[in-house]
Design a binder for this molecule. Structure first.
Ligand code: F6R
Length: 607
């Protein structure tokens, strides 16, 4: 998705903008640009394609200024081109925009009638001309008037050559943060863009308009009342947001999982009584006691985590759980009342569909506890409570450590709810907590299989189709494994519950259709073995991910990756990491860009 960076201070803005935009590349984009004020004039440089094109242009004709805005665009209205790239200008005004203006056609017609000429196909250019047409004394008055005409979502950074010392910021349903510095201030759509410069952040709220000068910040709310927004310190180390010696962010993030899970569960459990302590939900305890049903809603990988969550919550806390895809949920008529606990799961906290589903459930009286990785993101702000995953910044587009930390969080939440409802014995809780705290070490043992899995990928990278099969709690892992393979290696893959195979997918089995079985030790392990026999009987090629104690499986499968024996409920962490490595190696062996796969964006902030 699009990225925004803004700078005002004493340094050269363009260097800071380009550096920030580079840090946002992971969000996905197809053009980029910057605008600065030089000698009372707006100067812009824009280019379709990767940032290197923009950098080359800036090397040819450098821009020097202490104030500027920059943007990476992911096309929605109009194809990727120099003309459609942001910033968009109207005479003395330049702006960058994330989001979608729903009434832009109406605004465009109105502005064309007033004599404005449109040079792009974007909705954003309409905002630039609208600001120009409404200009009144100064930028803040003009922005106030203009935002009242906008329908839809926006994060805006605006400059005017008539007011060289300020950047105006405005947000509605699209993320925008201010990075607070000394004699300088920064703006960005995403923290990693400016984390090198400051750890102090202000998260703008919906409807906020901020006036950002180098040594002054003023924020006004929806009703134009001056407000103070707290400054939050972000403890992410900038190195955490870089590759730290790994070839790809995805590889680094796979390897970070033991640390990420340790951070996520730290201080939240007691081995003595097997209890989980979620202090962030303390104030909601009363509400949670009366909960009768749960709906988990999310998109993509986070939805897969939700499916695992259903298994865990129903098993540990015996509360019925429905799991829904956010883009479906928001457009049907879900049954919601005040006895419902609604759990949105989102790495970014900005996914438009998940946010809209949350708002819908909230408006109907549900209690909201989000599971999220990004502090202060829109989803957390709309929630009654949030349990943060402590994955740290996830840069690779394909989610890895965010997923496993979501699993760890759901596992803890399931035990926590079981405590409230008194559904597990102390001994059972101790068993599950013990298994959870072993997870980082168990994942480390799978990291040792990296090379073996790379060798396996060498044999399979040229296949065109794959089936991933699992049962019970490993069925969502099969879905997630198939998604990882699809999104980064472009190999078609489908995930199924293994027992579903004979209801259709078995027709696909032949020597060209490898099947990856998550054949972990469980009460229904034997049934998975029968499924493997069925595939072998039809000349299918079988890869099994199996528990070490079931070593006989290697006689049935063509290839076997053995992981440590664990309880079934924590086996998902190990099987997940095997499938992450498998997808990663298939893609890198095919020479593909695993961190920025085609057509995908890290944070899907539009529908
Ligand atoms: C796949 C992936 C996506 C995201 C989905 C939701 O690897 O990352 O499927 O899981 O776009 O994003 P969040 O979790 O940020 O709401």
């Amino acid at each position: 998705m699009c990225g925004i960076v803004g700078y005002i201070g004493e340094k050269n803005a363009v260097d800071i903008l380009i550096d920030g935009l580079t840090k946002l590349e992971y969000r996905g984009y197809d053009s980029a640009g910057v605008a600065v004020v030089v000698d009372n004039n707006i100067k812009t440089e824009r280019s379709a394609g990767k940032l290197i094109n923009l950098k080359n242009k800036l090397e040819q004709s450098p821009l020097i200024s202490n104030i500027g805005i920059g943007h990476t665009r992911w096309a929605t209205h109009g194809k990727p081109s120099d003309e459609n790239a942001h910033p968009h200008c109207s005479d003395h005004i330049a702006l960058v925009h994330n989001g979608i203006i729903e009434n832009y056609l109406e605004l465009r017609d109105e502005l064309i009638n007033k004599g404005y000429k449109f040079l792009s196909e974007t909705d954003t250019e309409a905002i630039a001309h609208l600001l120009h047409s409404l200009w009144e004394d100064n930028l803040e008055k003009t922005v106030r008037k203009a935002v009242q005409r906008l329908k839809g979502a926006y994060a805006l950074a605006i400059i005017s050559s008539r007011e060289e010392g300020k950047i105006l910021l405005a947000r509605k349903e699209a993320p925008l943060v201010i990075g607070v510095g000394k004699n300088e201030n920064f703006a960005a759509s995403d923290i990693p863009a400016i984390l090198h410069h400051t750890r102090e952040f202000i998260f703008l709220e919906d409807g906020d308009i901020a006036i950002m000068e180098k040594d002054r910040l003023e924020i006004y709310d929806l009703n134009f009342n001056k407000v103070s927004r707290s400054v939050k310190t972000i403890n992410w180390n900038p190195v955490m947001a870089e590759k730290a010696g790994y070839k790809h962010f995805m590889q680094k993030e796979i390897y970070e999982q033991p640390r990420a899970i340790t951070d996520t569960i730290r201080g939240k459990y007691s081995l003595e009584d097997g209890k989980i302590y979620l202090s962030e939900l303390e104030e909601m305890k009363g509400d949670l006691l009366s909960i009768e049903r749960i709906q988990i809603v999310a998109c993509g990988t986070s939805w897969h985590a939700g499916l695992v969550g259903k298994f865990l919550i129903e098993k540990f806390a015996k509360i019925p759980v429905e799991v829904d895809i956010a883009s479906e949920y928001r457009y049907r008529e879900p049954i919601v009342d005040e006895k419902l606990l609604f759990i949105p799961i989102s790495q970014s906290g900005e996914t438009a569909d998940t946010l809209a589903a949350l708002k819908l459930a909230k408006s109907k009286g549900a209690k909201i506890i989000s599971i999220c990785n990004v502090i202060g993101s829109s989803i957390t702000r709309e929630s009654h409570g949030t349990i943060y995953t402590h994955a740290g910044p996830e840069i690779g587009v394909a989610s890895t450590k965010a997923f496993t930390t979501q699993l760890a969080t759901l596992y803890m939440l399931a035990i926590y709810l079981s405590q409230l409802k008194d559904r597990l014995t102390k001994e059972e809780r101790i068993k599950y907590v013990k298994a959870l705290i072993k997870v980082p070490e168990e994942i480390s043992s799978v990291l040792d299989l990296d090379h073996d899995i790379e060798m396996l990928a060498k044999n399979f990278k040229n296949y065109k189709n794959f089936l991933y099969l699992g049962r019970n709690i490993n069925y969502p892992v099969a879905l997630e494994g198939a998604l990882k393979l699809k999104e980064i290696s472009y190999i078609h893959a489908e995930g199924y519950p293994a027992g579903e195979m004979k209801h259709g997918p078995i027709a696909l089995i032949d020597k060209n259709m490898p099947v990856l079985f998550l054949a972990i030790n469980s009460p229904i392990y034997e049934k998975t073995l029968s499924n493997i026999e069925e595939v072998k009987a039809r000349d299918g090629v079988v890869i099994a991910v199996a528990s070490k104690s079931n070593n006989g499986i290697s006689k049935k499968a063509d290839y076997t990756i053995f992981v440590n024996d664990t309880i079934e409920e924590t086996s998902i962490f190990l099987t997940t990491v095997v499938t992450q490595f498998f997808a990663y190696h298939c893609a890198t062996l095919l020479g593909l860009d695993v961190d920025q796969p085609r057509n995908l964006a890290k944070s899907v902030t539009v529908e």
